[in-house]
Design a protein around this ligand. Structure first.
Ligand code: SF4
Ligand code: SF4
Length: 115
């Protein structure tokens, strides 16, 4: 499943550079599919949705760092464990119960983001 950041985040910024997919953004900052990935232009997401990967999207949190679920692969394909969880000093990177995905789906997402 994807990882989520809770309101306990102290905005230290330690997790952001560790994410191989740039799925983590500082609160209030806009996010994009193309950041730190190989996707570009109009693309079809693994779930069939067609989007423009060059567009910037509204922040998912205004207060604390946040994770874009569709970009999180739980670090599959890069590391043995979620790097944000490993470095977070207050243990506020937790499994996201709203985004439970199999390893197959996470590996497929990793290939989609870095093809
Ligand atoms: S688990 Fe890995 S891919 Fe997901 S947000 Fe954390 S560092 Fe990024
Ligand atoms: S490492 Fe933890 S406390 Fe620091 S910004 Fe990331 S989620 Fe927030």
């Amino acid at each position: 499943m994807a990882i989520k950041i809770t309101d306990d985040c102290i905005n230290c910024g330690a997790c952001e550079p560790e994410c191989p997919n740039k799925a983590i953004y500082e609160g209030a900052y806009e996010w994009s599919w193309k950041d730190k990935t190989t996707v570009s232009g109009k693309i079809t997401l693994p779930d069939g949705k067609i989007i423009n990967s060059d567009e910037v999207n509204d922040a998912l949190s205004d207060e604390v760092y946040y994770i874009v679920p569709g970009k999180c692969t739980e670090c599959k394909g890069f590391h043995d464990e979620p790097q944000c969880k490993a470095v977070c000093p207050v243990d506020c990177c937790i499994d996201d119960p709203d985004h439970r995905e199999s390893d197959d789906i996470l590996f497929e997402r990793q290939k989609f983001l870095h093809h």
